[in-house]
Ligand binder design. Structure first.
Ligand SMILES: C[S@@+](CC[C@H](N)C(=O)[O-])C[C@H]1O[C@@H](n2cnc3c(N)ncnc32)[C@H](O)[C@@H]1O
Length: 281
């Protein structure tokens, strides 16, 4: 991660706050998983694992939501986990903290007790660029699940996902951090710097522009293989999942996602979409 500010400004907001506010909506993700879990297994899920958990916002929220819930989070980057413990876990009650377990490890190796739902969000599994490695990861997820288990991941696509572009700007509502820092409304900028049509490798950056603080260039950079929906479904089945399902949104009058995710078999080849892909054990 590189922080190159256009002007030197002090007290720059922590990029993790900006990231969480821009790209995470953990209640929407958890509600989606719960709804699909109940559809398949006719009961409420109780245990959740968040792979590539970063600041563990989703795992912490699951532990917080119900006293019967228990959650695990896995990430191999200890400083990000530490940030999550400080900012997402410290506000939990002692009981909630006891039901949250953070593991510093590689998702290809780490062991956890079996859970009802495993999540891998914000396209994180795209770090695995070889089919064999992705299949190995999916096999490990399969093993991490109870017999009544569900794996939820997300992926983006559309005609504009396979081109270099840097015009994706969203205005994000400001926030006040728990330690009292006021962050004004700011801009989230998604740049697809490079896409190689031969192997689907893509390099993407997240930049932020915060009024009064300046531009935070390349706050986060990702080197991914942009997997297709069909590849993901096939590899889930190869890894042992009984079913692979794709849930996609429609569009509102402004052409934005309506955020209602429905099971789809066909879809218009639009400019951009974000799908949940579900593996049913
Ligand atoms: C895009 S962030 C996802 C953060 C958050 N969970 C979300 O949904 O927005 C990717 C995270 O995956 C972690 N990561 C990448 N490869 C990993 C691996 N093989 N095992 C564990 N964590 C990994 C990185 O340290 C980083 O925190």
């Amino acid at each position: 991660m590189h922080l190159i500010m256009s002007k030197k400004k002090k007290n720059l907001p922590d990029i993790h706050w900006l990231y969480e506010a821009s790209v995470q909506n953990v209640d929407t993700d958890l509600d989606f998983g719960k709804r699909v879990y109940q559809k398949h297994w006719k009961r409420k899920p109780l245990t959740v694992r968040e792979d590539f958990c970063g600041t563990a916002k989703l795992a912490a929220r699951w532990a917080q939501r119900n006293k019967l819930h228990e959650a695990w989070g896995i990430d191999f980057h200890q400083p990000t986990l530490d940030w999550g413990v400080k900012h997402n876990v410290s506000g939990l009650t002692d009981q909630q903290k006891k039901r949250l377990h953070l593991v510093c490890g590689d998702v290809l190796e780490a062991e956890t007790p079996k859970v009802d739902m495993t999540f891998a969000l914000n396209f994180s599994f795209c770090v695995f660029k070889q089919r064999e490695v992705l299949r190995e990861y999916y096999k490990r997820v399969y093993q991490s699940l109870n017999e009544e288990g569900l794996f939820v991941m997300d992926i983006y696509g559309g005609t504009e996902s396979i081109m270099a572009k840097s015009d994706d700007v969203r205005e994000i509502p400001g926030l006040t951090t728990p330690d009292g820092m006021k962050i004004p409304d700011f801009e989230y900028l998604w740049e697809q710097a490079d896409y190689n049509p031969i192997n689907h490798d893509t390099t993407c950056h997240i930049h932020f522009k915060v009024p009064g603080f300046g531009r935070i260039e390349k706050a986060f950079t990702y080197e991914w293989r942009l997997w297709t929906l069909m590849e993901i479904q096939e590899i889930l089945l190869e890894a042992g999942f009984a079913k692979a399902e794709v849930y996609l949104h429609d569009f509102d009058d402004e052409g934005e996602s309506d955020e209602i995710f429905r099971l789809r078999k066909t879809y218009e080849n639009v400019q951009g979409w974000v799908a949940y892909v579900v593996g049913v054990k």
